[in-house]
Write a protein of this length. Structure first.
Ligand code: GUN
Ligand code: ZN
Length: 439
């Protein structure tokens, strides 16, 4: 028996998860149960296996939800997204630096208003759940209120979520600017209030090197040293104009990434979005220090930034997760992100297999965040966050699915044709957090 009925629930259906990276382990990296059972006790995985083998171990009066005909996978992990940019998704006609000035800074300036921040945070997290994303690493804005809003909303939904106050003390409008000292003090207060509370974690968040002084970057390193276990999130080497600007602002640096390295900001739990215009030495430094890359395909295409080199990242041994990067990105759906990731790899002469794609969206993302001991797969004891995918969600998806004969083909159809409509349900700690109702 895996527990008493009161605290045990079970979910029956086709189940898939990963125990490692398919790019390294091949087929040995995944576990697949065509008729499986996922047993959850107190929000964590208590058992997983073929339904016919383990049904007998479930208490007779435990609720067993029947998801047969659907595919159950671990909840998706979005390693880079800006909740405050929800309202400027799909903003026309600019590349990164102009896009920031024209659309991003004005919309982020509104997050000093706690009511506005709360309303956007609620909408944003509901959207994540509608898309099957159960963990995200999130940029707030310069304002402390923006951090309180996203953490309060995440905690109300029992989500495992990382977020932080954006630090920027130069080259931005006054409405979104802090100072090195105020940014340090505000971050410290927010770490004390939120880091380690329930499933929440704090990330020191220097936006990117051009909008921080050297003093601010130095204080970021100090915050990390003073608070072991906290995270860092930033952007690096996204756009060629940005790279040239960093070379002007930091003339002593060997490369853009070297600026962060200089201040001790490459380390485990540091996640850098984009990582497009890097060289071999940069990738080696990321691997050696344990920092992670967030591959943001929809954003990289939408802002015309360039093509992420997934093979080089893998060959260098760097941790990689996927990011939607909304509002630079064009969708909060991890399935849409996998579609565009596949195309980015195609343009780079590489192939993203469906197994590796779903690994990156789940356990790979969790490993990039150093949360793979808690989420990302159905290993016994892990937190039971999962998504239930519907292969018949749309007429075209159903039609294509009918012709699939292998799991790989099925996953590929989900990632190329799927979106929020394919998310039948999302569960957080075993409990239902979203169920699709409309067609
Ligand atoms: N670089 C600095 N800030 C941002 C941002 O908000 N979005 C993207 N895509 N890149 C950035
Ligand atoms: Zn970003």
């Amino acid at each position: 028996m895996v527990g008493s009925a009161g605290d045990v629930t079970a979910f029956r259906g086709e189940i898939l998860d990963f125990t490692g990276d398919p790019a390294t382990l091949g087929d040995a990296a995944h576990r697949h149960f065509p008729d499986g059972l996922l047993v959850v006790r107190n929000g964590c995985v208590a058992a997983l296996g073929p339904a016919m083998e383990i049904l007998a171990s479930v208490p007779a009066d435990a609720v067993v939800t029947d998801y047969r005909g659907k595919l159950i996978v671990p909840g998706f992990v979005d390693t880079h997204v800006h909740y405050a940019q929800t309202d400027i998704i799909a903003s026309y006609g600019a590349q990164l630096l102009e896009w920031l000035e024209r659309y991003t800074f004005p919309v982020e300036a509104c997050f000093g208003d706690p009511d506005h921040a709360r309303e956007v945070a609620e909408f944003f997290l509901d959207e994540l759940l509608r898309n099957g994303t159960t963990t995200a690493m999130v940029f707030a804005t310069t304002h402390r209120t923006s951090v309180d809003a996203i953490f309060e909303a995440a905690n109300a939904r029992a989500l495992r979520l990382i977020a932080g106050k954006v630090l920027m003390d130069r080259n931005v409008p006054a409405s979104v600017r802090d100072s090195a000292d105020s940014g340090y003090a505000d971050s410290k207060a927010l770490i004390a209030r939120w880091h380690g509370r329930d499933r929440l974690a704090y990330a020191v968040t220097p936006r990117f090197a051009p909008t921080s002084t050297e003093r601010q970057l130095e204080l970021c390193g100090r915050l990390l040293d003073e608070h072991p276990g906290i995270f860092l999130q930033s952007h690096v080497a996204e756009n060629r104009g940005e790279v040239a600007w960093v070379a002007e602002l930091y003339p002593w640096s060997r490369s853009y990434l070297d600026v962060y390295d200089h201040y001790g900001l490459l380390r485990p739990r540091a996640v850098y979005a984009h990582c497009i215009h890097l060289d071999a030495r940069d990738r080696q430094r990321m691997a050696a220090t344990g920092a992670a890359m967030s591959f943001c395909a929809t954003s990289n295409l939408f802002l015309g930034s360039g093509l992420f080199d997934a093979r080089a990242a893998h060959d260098a041994g760097v941790r990689v997760g996927l990011g939607t990067d909304v509002g630079g990105g064009t969708s909060l759906s991890m399935l849409r992100t996998l579609d565009e990731s596949y195309k980015v790899c195609q343009l780079a002469g590489q192939t993203l297999s469906p197994f590796r794609a779903f690994y990156l969206a789940t356990l790979g993302g969790a490993a990039a965040l150093y949360f793979d001991d808690r989420i990302g797969s159905f290993a016994i004891g892990k937190e039971a966050d999962f998504v239930v995918l519907d292969p018949t969600a749309t007429p075209l998806l159903a039609r294509r699915m009918a012709r699939t004969t292998t799991l790989a083909e099925k996953l590929f159809a989900f990632m190329i044709l799927g979106d929020d409509r394919a998310v039948h349900a999302t569960h957080v700690l075993g409990a239902p957090a979203h169920r699709r109702t409309s067609v």
